[in-house]
Design a protein around this ligand. Sequence first.
Ligand SMILES: C[S@@+](CC[C@H](N)C(=O)[O-])C[C@H]1O[C@@H](n2cnc3c(N)ncnc32)[C@H](O)[C@@H]1O
Length: 272
Amino acid sequence: MTQYRPVWAPDGVEIEKPSTARMYDFYLGGSHNFAADRQLAARTIEAWPDVPHLCQANRAFLRRSVTHLASLGVDQFLDLGSGIPTAGNVHEVVHAINPDARVVYVDADPVAIAHSKALLAQVPEAAAVYADLRDPDAVLDSPEVAGFLDLARPVALLMFAALPFVPDSDDPAGIVAAYRDKTAPGSYLALSHGTGDYRPEAVRRVEDVYTQASHAMRLRSRDDISALMDGYELLDPGLVDIILWRPDPQSPPDPLGGDVTRYSMFAAVGRR
Ligand SMILES: C[S@@+](CC[C@H](N)C(=O)[O-])C[C@H]1O[C@@H](n2cnc3c(N)ncnc32)[C@H](O)[C@@H]1O
């Protein structure tokens, strides 16, 4: 069936292949998704009804961790697998603390980057680049990153819910280490990652659904996620369930009753 093609869809985008970026946009209540994305997202929610809540918890961790890093004086951010712009984008969170800080968004989804560029047209301190995060040299040498960030100074690398889309065969720990080794001492990594430790059956069902998407999804054990932070000294409270990373006392009551197994995501921030 041919699908209706909205005017905002960038040329060349495959609207009939569900995209992980657009499915995530759908879970967050966004409007930059197509029928194929919504259908597969609905199947994911059937397999794990808590998915929209865990996406919100991931965004809340983004806000808390980026606010913390900006408050520590970090003024350069590289957001890898940044997604389609939504409420509380990294540059907005950062600029509330330091309007001169620089942010570069990297994603391999054409809709995510087209919308990021449109949003950033009036924001000289931020840029977006269409690139594959699995190729650290290509990302770091791209004109948008090399011309915008000074990698001789500390930078915060952000990998929020992005590494589950890097299969084991692509060596996610090796990719993270390559970025780490190319950043200056005093740089940071903030990371969130889904886990199959608590609810392996439900996770298997979700992984199954995602075999139909643009990127397969691989949720990992706490030990494997901990290994991704190698070479970083973890800030308090370490690698923890996502809702337990420096929770905001002002936030409304937890919609899942604080049951960390229903979120099944770990989060950490480390300094190299
Ligand atoms: C679940 S979304 C997370 C978005 C955002 N980081 C957040 O936490 O709100 C995962 C994002 O990673 C992107 N992604 C997956 N594999 C990628 C790759 N190899 N290179 C760049 N981006 C990738 C997807 O396009 C998608 O936008």
